[in-house]
Design a protein around this ligand. Structure first.
Ligand SMILES: Nc1ncnc2c1ncn2[C@@H]1O[C@H](COP(=O)(O)OP(=O)(O)O)[C@@H](O)[C@H]1O
Ligand SMILES: [Mg+2]
Length: 628
């Protein structure tokens, strides 16, 4: 793309300018001839603003030539496939237009600007290309932004991550996950790691303070060994408790045994006494009993005989009485019973006889009765004697049984007493000795437990100390890591490096141009704030301290480099007469070789008009340009 033509009518000091451009177009004119007006017209046409307007194109000073009603400024671009006219028609303010060839229609500002925006990444960049001071006069922050935009953007999170160690990368992974880039990203990460470092340093101090007070209170002992000893002491204690329990049990048992022995001995005495009190009479012999039985039998036989005799006597007496009754007279009195027998003396004699026989018989009966009673008495006596014998026999048997029973009981009691005495004779154990032993073991256990507790506490303290030391080491590492990150993300760290890396290519491009016509090299001041310096040999000068001519040369080099980087068609160099006779040709030569179209405006020098292929020279007089 080339700039074909520039025309301006009624723009500030210009009347009618219509120039066709070559690679290098030199416009020479005296002071006040309208050179700056022409430079402004180009800027106005392409950007909608110039040094006499605000950046948004609002009028700051009158742009229309005094006495004219309107002003126009146009730049005709020859692109690969068409011709584009970018222009402004100014009446009271700014009315831009932009058209394709053959269609010089009025277009809206948006489209004209849109076309220029295609050429440069920011409209501000166009100002840097259309004025030699455009870039140098920008505040450092904007210079930086401009360089970044030319370099294709600021360093992003990925770039920053690539500059970190793996550990550092891991530590700021969250902080890097942001849309921010370049210095803003670095600033945000810096703030975060700075805050984290403050916390980490505080923690480090706390841990150091903690470590200062952690003291080991006991020497290291073998806790396992001590616990084994304690376990055996506890086992011994348990054994002693069992033994003491057993002895106590035995003591209780002994008391019971003694009670039982006393009871058994009392029983034994009672039984012996009962035995002594048992009757000692011998039982009747069998012969005596047999004899008594026989005596009873004999007495019974005699009684039976007596009764039989008596029964016979009773029969005889009854027969006698019946005979007597049948013979005795009715009026006589029977001597037997006073009955009166009716038949007289005979009868009386008979009756007397009978009566005497009857009396004799009665007497005999009485005798027989006496005999029988005597026999009965004898039987009774014999029976009594027998039953006495039998009673005494039974009593003797019972006594024998009782004796046997008592003797059996006595025997078992004697056995029991023997057993109980045996029990009591047994060794009961020394409970006092056992208790003393147990108390000693208890004390030993308590002491061992205390030692183990202390050992554990010491172990715990050691562990705590180790843990604190570990945390301290960790905290130190963390602080070191954060220190490194704070430094890296600090302004002089990665942001500066990023800037150098990112904008380095642009600076290199500028220096490539500079070295072709100056002894200067541009550099980024490695200080905290972004600023550019110029290096000449050993000397470094901040860019703001350069002379006018130096500024111009550095400015032009920047313009050319920017134009090459962006493909923007042209640079405009106003007031080139700031250069002396030696430097001017060098500048023109550089511009001719640069491959970038240039419009250079200057007062005529020594009256000599330079000539070179690709160079066209115009003379500007009173607002009108003519080719020379
Ligand atoms: N609106 C205007 N109408 C008429 N003349 C103007 C206007 N603005 C500026 N001028 C004059 O135009 C002349 C050219 O100025 P300028 O372009 O700065 O010249 P140069 O850069 O060549 O020294 C000056 O004399 C200036 O006073
Ligand atoms: Mg001027």
């Amino acid at each position: 793309m080339r700039i074909e033509r520039i025309s301006a009518h009624g723009f500030r000091g210009l009347k009618d300018v219509d120039i066709t451009l070559d690679n290098l177009t030199l416009v020479l004119g005296a002071n006040g001839s309208g050179k700056s007006s022409l430079a402004g017209a180009v800027q106005m046409a392409l950007t909608g603003h110039c040094r006499w307007t605000t950046s948004d194109g609002k009028l700051a000073k009158p742009l229309v030539r005094y006495g004219h009603t309107q002003a126009t400024c146009e730049v005709v671009l020859d692109t690969d496939d068409r011709t584009v006219v970018c222009g402004r028609e100014i009446i009271t303010g700014v009315r831009p237009y932009c058209s394709a060839p053959g269609r010089l229609d009025m277009l809206v500002a948006v489209e004209a600007e849109a076309y220029i925006r295609q050429l440069v990444p920011g409209i501000e960049l166009a100002d840097c290309l259309l004025s030699s001071e455009g870039f140098i006069d920008l505040p450092p922050k904007q210079q930086q932004a401009t360089l970044f935009s030319l370099a294709g953007g600021e360093a992003d999170a990925q770039w920053f991550a690539s500059q970190l160690t793996e550990e550092e990368r891991e530590a700021v992974r969250d902080e890097l996950a942001t849309r921010l880039v370049g210095a803003a990203l670095a600033e945000s990460v810096h703030a975060s790691v700075y805050a984290r470092r403050t916390t980490a340093r505080r923690r480090l101090k706390e841990l150091e303070a903690q470590l200062a007070v952690v003291v080991e209170t006991a020497p290291a002992v073998n806790i396992t060994e001590m616990e084994t000893a304690l376990a055996s002491a506890r086992a011994e204690l348990a054994d002693l408790q069992v033994r003491i329990g057993r002895v106590q049990e035995r003591t209780r048992h002994r008391e019971q045994t003694q009670e039982r022995l006393a009871r058994a001995e009392a029983d034994e005495a009672a039984i012996r006494q009962a035995l002594e009190q048992l009757p000692t009479t011998e039982p009747p012999t069998k012969a005596a009993v047999t004899k008594a039985r026989k005596a009873v039998e004999a007495a019974q036989a005699r009684l039976d005989e007596a009764e039989r005799v008596l029964t016979t006597a009773y029969g005889e007496l009854a027969a006698m009485k019946a005979t007597l009754e049948s013979r005795a007279p009715a009026d006589s009195t029977c001597p037997l019973d006073g009955v009166l027998c009716p038949r007289g003396d005979e009868l009386v004699a008979l009756a007397d006889k009978l009566a005497s026989e009857c009396a004799a018989l009665t007497e005999m009966v009485a005798q027989r009765e006496a005999e029988r009673d005597e026999a009965r008495q004898t039987v009774q006596e014999a029976q009594n004697a027998l039953s006495q014998l039998l009673d005494s026999q039974q009593a003797a048997e019972q006594t024998a049984l009782r004796r046997q029973e008592l003797e059996e009981r006595l025997e078992s009691l004697e056995q029991e007493i023997e057993a109980l005495r045996g029990d009591l004779r047994e060794e009961s154990g020394d409970i006092a000795a056992l208790t003393v032993h147990r108390d000693m073991v208890l004390t030993a256990i308590a002491e061992q437990e205390a030692v183990i507790r202390t050992a554990y506490a010491a172990q715990q303290a050691r562990k705590h100390r180790e843990e604190t030391e570990r945390m301290l080491a960790q905290a130190r590492q963390e602080v070191a890591l954060l220190d490194s990150l704070v430094n890296k993300f600090g302004p002089a760290g990665l942001p500066a490096q990023a800037m150098t890396t990112t904008v380095g290519q642009v600076i290199d491009a500028i220096n490539d141009v500079l070295k072709t016509f100056t002894g200067f090299q541009l550099a980024i001041d490695p200080g905290v704030d972004f600023s550019l310096t110029v290096v000449r040999g050993d000397e470094t000068t901040p860019i703001r301290l350069l002379s006018e001519s130096e500024r111009l040369r550095v400015g032009v080099a920047i313009q050319v480099a920017f134009a090459k980087l962006t493909g923007f068609p042209m640079v405009v160099v106003d007031a080139a007469d700031r250069l002396d006779a030696a430097n001017r040709p060098q500048l023109l030569a550089m511009l001719l070789r640069s491959g970038v179209q240039a419009l250079v405006l200057a007062t005529p020098g020594n009256g000599h008009t330079p000539r070179a292929p690709g160079l066209v020279v115009y003379q500007l007089d009173d607002g009108t340009a003519t080719e020379v």
